[in-house]
Design a protein around this ligand. Structure first.
Ligand SMILES: *[C@@H]1O[C@H](CO)[C@@H](O)[C@H](O)[C@H]1NC(C)=O
Ligand SMILES: *[C@@H]1O[C@H](CO)[C@@H](O)[C@H](O)[C@H]1NC(C)=O
Ligand SMILES: *[C@@H]1O[C@H](CO)[C@@H](O)[C@H](O)[C@H]1NC(C)=O
Ligand SMILES: *[C@@H]1O[C@H](CO)[C@@H](O)[C@H](O)[C@H]1NC(C)=O
Ligand SMILES: *[C@@H]1O[C@H](CO)[C@@H](O)[C@H](O)[C@H]1NC(C)=O
Ligand SMILES: *[C@@H]1O[C@H](CO)[C@@H](O)[C@H](O)[C@H]1NC(C)=O
Ligand SMILES: *[C@@H]1O[C@H](CO)[C@@H](O)[C@H](O)[C@H]1NC(C)=O
Ligand SMILES: *[C@@H]1O[C@H](CO)[C@@H](O)[C@H](O)[C@H]1NC(C)=O
Ligand SMILES: *[C@@H]1O[C@H](CO)[C@@H](O)[C@H](O)[C@H]1NC(C)=O
Ligand SMILES: *[C@@H]1O[C@H](CO)[C@@H](O)[C@H](O)[C@H]1NC(C)=O
Ligand SMILES: *[C@@H]1O[C@H](CO)[C@@H](O)[C@H](O)[C@H]1NC(C)=O
Length: 460
């Protein structure tokens, strides 16, 4: 293990972390210190994959992926929120601002290949910064402004040319997913709109959240009889059919958005019904007893075909579940045991390479010889998620502009030129190498709907 000498936080955990290095992460779920220590190991391992703070490197950029930078900083903000360990705070602020473009996460280096879902993960990270009152650089965009910038650029792309509405997956005509509407793009904007409504108390955001929800359930993407959520629908047949692939983050993002709407509405019965049904569906499908009631990406883990994106999905869900437990208190007792078993499984997987490297599968009780950024990030998320506590839930719940949040608002943020992603043309030559660094691509969808050629071009 690298030395832990870089700790310079107000954390009370220091003595424990200077203890002799153990062979594996010994997770004691009854000890906040033990959980925080596990999170610190996973965070450290994650950051060995990040070179953006080194000379000549680009802050916020990870190798062969752009969207995961947003997910990484989100995880690190949450880690700080629950542990007080500020080791990575400077890198978070620098990276988040560096990639911000004109305040809307359409940075010119990447913007030709960004999908709505890719941009959204940075927007959700910025929203997290506002809600956790994470330190800001007063000379740069505020966290809230950045989240509003993403919201504004995305609602301008709301597409009524087919299917009665909805967000396309991709922004640009030259991207193969341009003619598809998918769950994560719509569910991402739904979640962001709900969180903006709750933070700002501005009803316009809530109306958008409801509109996106209404549209989503009007298509086969979300079935409100079975509470199943598909991955994507095609504009070619006016979104009349849906695939049968099930990804945990599609469920998680709609569940999270519904939870924020529940909280925003001071406890609406309709949103609570959505939360309860989607929570049950998420647990039944992705935390099933057949996988030891541990979070599992069932569409790819058992068959060992997960791509980089897919390894991260369940980590995102773990983090969302933790906040759902805090803002929909009636779900707390249901959610916590699932997070606990998942963290225990993750810890058992973090025994690789003699240095606590984490694997993909959390349900096997052992390391599966996998190694990577996404493995570390997912483990980090499920560890900090276990630092929620019923007795002081409101101390860790996301704040609003009335309850301690002071991030500056700019309702028209991000609407400058070059950001709309409508029909403006470009003369840029698109190379295979560029595409390889672009957006989220779901392998099974790509193979099934687009064709395998595109998949080989655009892994991340
Ligand atoms: C763990 O060891 C492997 C193999 O030596 C190395 O690639 C990896 O960077 C190490 N991880 C950490 C967190 O030190
Ligand atoms: C970059 O951050 C890592 C921690 O993630 C730290 O160990 C390293 O010293 C930093 N590098 C620079 C050049 O600041
Ligand atoms: C754009 O890419 C160049 C070349 O890699 C890099 O130097 C620069 O920092 C990047 N800019 C942003 C905003 O990421
Ligand atoms: C496509 O679906 C929308 C929403 O259900 C509907 O309003 C519209 O009439 C449909 N268009 C066609 C051409 O079927
Ligand atoms: C959403 O659907 C409900 C029920 O059909 C309707 O009452 C409401 O006006 C719709 N809201 C928006 C913003 O479309
Ligand atoms: C929730 O309750 C607060 C405090 O009573 C009130 O100010 C706010 O308007 C309510 N929100 C909604 C959406 O009804
Ligand atoms: C969710 O599952 C729990 C436990 O099985 C059950 O008690 C509850 O009624 C379910 N809720 C809904 C809305 O189906
Ligand atoms: C909303 O979340 C807060 C935590 O910020 C919690 O105290 C409150 O009870 C939640 N509201 C409802 C209606 O559950
Ligand atoms: C919340 O409760 C946990 C467990 O008792 C404790 O470790 C933590 O310090 C508390 N945090 C706050 C802010 O009260
Ligand atoms: C928000 O509050 C923090 C902590 O009190 C403070 O450091 C920061 O300057 C405030 N930001 C704004 C925009 O007022
Ligand atoms: C509420 O949000 C909408 C949409 O961004 C914006 O047009 C409006 O100005 C906002 N209202 C206030 C009072 O901030």
């Amino acid at each position: 293990m690298p030395a832990k000498g870089s700790w310079r936080s107000r954390s009370l955990l220091l003595p424990l972390l200077l203890a002799p290095v153990t062979q594996a992460i010994d997770l004691d779920l009854n000890s906040q210190e033990s959980i925080a220590s596990a999170a610190s190991y996973a965070a450290w391992g994650m950051m060995t994959w990040y070179a953006g703070n080194e000379t000549g490197q680009t802050p916020g950029k990870l190798l062969n992926t752009w969207w995961e930078g947003g997910a990484m900083f989100m995880a690190l903000m949450e880690y700080y929120h629950f542990t007080g360990d500020a080791t990575y705070n400077d890198e978070i602020i620098v990276g988040m601002e560096w990639q911000a473009g004109d305040g809307n996460y359409m940075p010119s280096n990447e913007s030709n290949y960004i999908g709505n879902d890719d941009q959204m993960f940075w927007g959700l990270a910025a929203m997290t910064g506002a809600e956790l009152a994470f330190p800001e650089d007063s000379n740069s965009y505020s966290w809230l402004t950045l989240a509003q910038g993403v919201f504004n650029t995305q609602i301008a792309r709301w597409d009524t040319s087919a299917c009665g509405g909805g967000m396309r997956w991709q922004i640009w005509t030259w991207e193969a997913g341009y003619t598809m509407k998918n769950a994560i793009s719509n569910g991402g904007l739904f979640q962001l709109a709900a969180r903006l409504a709750r933070y700002t108390y501005n009803e316009t955001y809530a109306e958008w959240a409801t509109k996106i929800w209404n549209w989503s359930i009007s298509t086969p993407l979300i079935d409100t009889e079975t509470w199943e959520i598909g991955d994507s629908v095609s504009m070619g047949n006016n979104c009349s059919t849906v695939d049968s692939t099930r990804w945990s983050y599609n469920y998680g993002t709609f569940l999270s958005g519904a939870a924020f709407m529940y909280n925003y509405t001071n406890g609406s019965a309709e949103w609570l019904n959505v939360v309860n049904n989607l929570l049950n569906a998420t647990i039944d499908l992705f935390i099933p007893t057949s996988y030891n009631s541990v979070l599992t990406e069932v569409s790819c883990e058992p068959t060992e075909i997960c791509n980089r994106n897919e390894i991260l999905f369940k980590g995102l869900v773990a983090g969302w579940l933790a906040f759902i437990a805090l803002i929909v208190p009636s779900t707390y007792d249901t959610i916590l045991p699932h997070l606990q078993r998942s963290a225990q499984g993750a810890a058992e997987s973090c025994t690789g390479k003699g240095n606590d490297t984490c694997g993909i599968k959390w349900y096997t009780g052992d390391w599966d010889h996998e190694i990577g950024l996404e493995e570390q990030m997912s483990a980090l998320n499920v560890f900090w998620a276990n630092l929620i506590n019923k007795d002081n839930a409101s101390s860790y719940a996301p704040v609003t502009s009335h309850t301690g949040g002071n991030s500056t608002s700019d309702p028209s943020a991000g609407t400058g030129s070059g950001s709309s992603g409508t029909s403006s043309s470009t003369t840029t030559t698109i190379t295979t190498g560029d595409k390889a660094g672009a957006g989220i691509l779901t392998a099974v969808v790509a193979a099934g709907i687009i064709g395998s050629v595109y998949f080989t071009l655009s892994g991340n």
